[in-house]
Structure formats: structure tokens, C-alpha cells
Design a protein around this ligand. Sequence first.
Ligand code: SF4
Length: 339
Amino acid sequence: MKSRFLSLAVDLYGCPNRCLHCWLGHMPNLPMEPEADAWIVERFQPYFDRIAFYSWLREPDFCPDYRARWERDKALSVNAVPERFELASFWHLVRDPDYVRFLKELNVKCVQLSFFGLEQTTDRYVGRRGAFRELLRATEILLENGICPRWQGFLNEENRLELVELLHLSRELELSRRCQEIGGTFRFFVHEGSCDGENRKLYPIRITRDHIPETLLPFYLDADRLQTEAELCEKWKDDPSHISFPQGEELVLYVSNRYELFFNYTHMRPEWAVGNLKTEPVEELLRRIEQQDTPALRTAREISLGELVRRWGDPDSERVFDEGDYRIYLLNRQLENQT
Ligand code: SF4
């Protein structure tokens, strides 16, 4: 364990949005104790040589003093520096003129912004009125400051035509030319998103292959990986293997604002929790991590992929998935039924 690189992402400040596609699932923004960050790192420090500490796992920099916070995240990290991942808070971008300067100082070259269609649809999906206009304003602020926006669109049956309009809007705004002028590249892409957390509720309107607008095909993220649910059911219906979650050299752990510990895949629901840092010894939590001893991972070992498909797959569905997302979808269907 000691040689593994640990990334700890703690939900210290929450998120201003409540996106309908949020794969983590909606959680209340609850304050943590003032010294929670150092206390959490101290729990793990005896067991890892390198730790990158992140004070966010939802909206990055969503805290009053993001400069001091960034310095503290770096100071709490052990033999490591936290990354930026081309993500930023569009909440701050449109409210605080100093925020974009902060991003510049960090040498941020590109920031990803998420859309769900045009104004009304994006506002509804983000969960607050004005979000679409904020995303457009954030785009302008980034460009004015030499940072390229990257637009991602989450595609489903409801918004497929609006995402075509969104592509047209990006052309009207000449985002490609304007990004080139500042030495970068504008990227627009769409995809179907995973099918867990809040996005699980959008299964009924998940996009089907023949409904992906032709105009969007060149912008579809890794379109060749897509398969329909029917194809995956056929492929796996007799598969005796089990869904596995191989652990590499890097271990990424999420810590909720109630100190519950999770791996960094799928939603943060009780069946996926490793345990609670406040109430359980860290040695026991590390054992569960090493042995993948959590309710969800035990279920994954008990029920074969073929059995999951036979129980929960729809062999007539043309909805598209990538393989990894569909495996998790099936396992979560099983877990929903057990709880
Ligand atoms: S998807 Fe991201 S921005 Fe939206 S609610 Fe979830 S954490 Fe917040």
C-alpha cells in the first residue's frame, strides 16, 4: 500500500449546481469542521508516501478564498502537487473578476463547460435559472483572458436537436477562430454520459443509436466505442465472468462531507461506501480497500455478468452505452433491488 500514490478528494464546499446528469448523485452542501482537511490527511499519512490533496470533488474552487485554498491543498499534499484537470468554477468566473486572473496565474490553458441544450433546457438541467447565460458569459471571460473554452454537451432524446443548435451557436460565436487567435483550439463534443447517480433517472430518455443527429456524429466522443443495450445483452447473456475493478498504482478516494469514504467510480451511495473515517479505524478501511470488501463489490463478485444481463438488461433496447458504463448500470440495478 505504501508505495501507491493516493489522491484524496474531499467534499469540503459542495457545489452550487444540481445537474440532472450528476453521476455522483445529489448531496447536500454541508460544512465540515475547520481542521477536517489536515485531520483527514493525517489519517492516511502513515500508510502512503505520496498524497495529493483536493478540497473538492464537485465544483472546483467553490469556496470564498480559492487562492488560500489552493495554497493549502498544495501544503497538505505529501510529495505531490494536486492537478487542475482543465476544470474551473463557472460560478466564480461570472461573479468574481479576480477568479480568471487566478486561473491565468496557474497557467490554465483550457476550461471545460457543460451544456444540456439551449437556455431553458440547460437552466433546468443545471438546476438554476441563469446557468446557460453564465456559461456563455464564462466563455467570453475565458477568451478575453487568453483561455480556451471547451464545450461538452450531454446528449439524450430530449435535447438532441438543441445540441445541434448549440453547435451552430458555437459557430456563430466563432469560437474556433477566436481560440486560434489566442494560440489554442476550440473543442466541441457530445456524449451520452454514464448511467448512474442522477443520470440513472434519465435512462428512459437515453439516446438511441439512430437518433444521434448526423450533424453531431463528427463531434461524438469516441463514437466507435458505443454499443446498443441490445448488442451488449446479446454479447454477455452467457458470460460467466464477474465485473471487476482492478486497482492500479494510483488510488483515488472520495471523502463525503460526513467523512464517508468511497472509491472514485459511480455514485456515492451507501452500498458503495468503504466506511466512515470518523467512526471506524483507518486500518480497517484500508483493509476493505485492499480486499475490495464493500457491499457493492461483494455483489459484483457474487453475480456473474451473464446473470446481471439476464436479470436487468433489455434485449430490445437501442439505447447506447459504452461497455464500462453498462456494466456499472447493471450492477447498480442489482444493488437497487437488494436495498
Ligand atoms: S455534475 Fe458537477 S457541477 Fe453538476 S451537480 Fe454534479 S458535481 Fe455539481
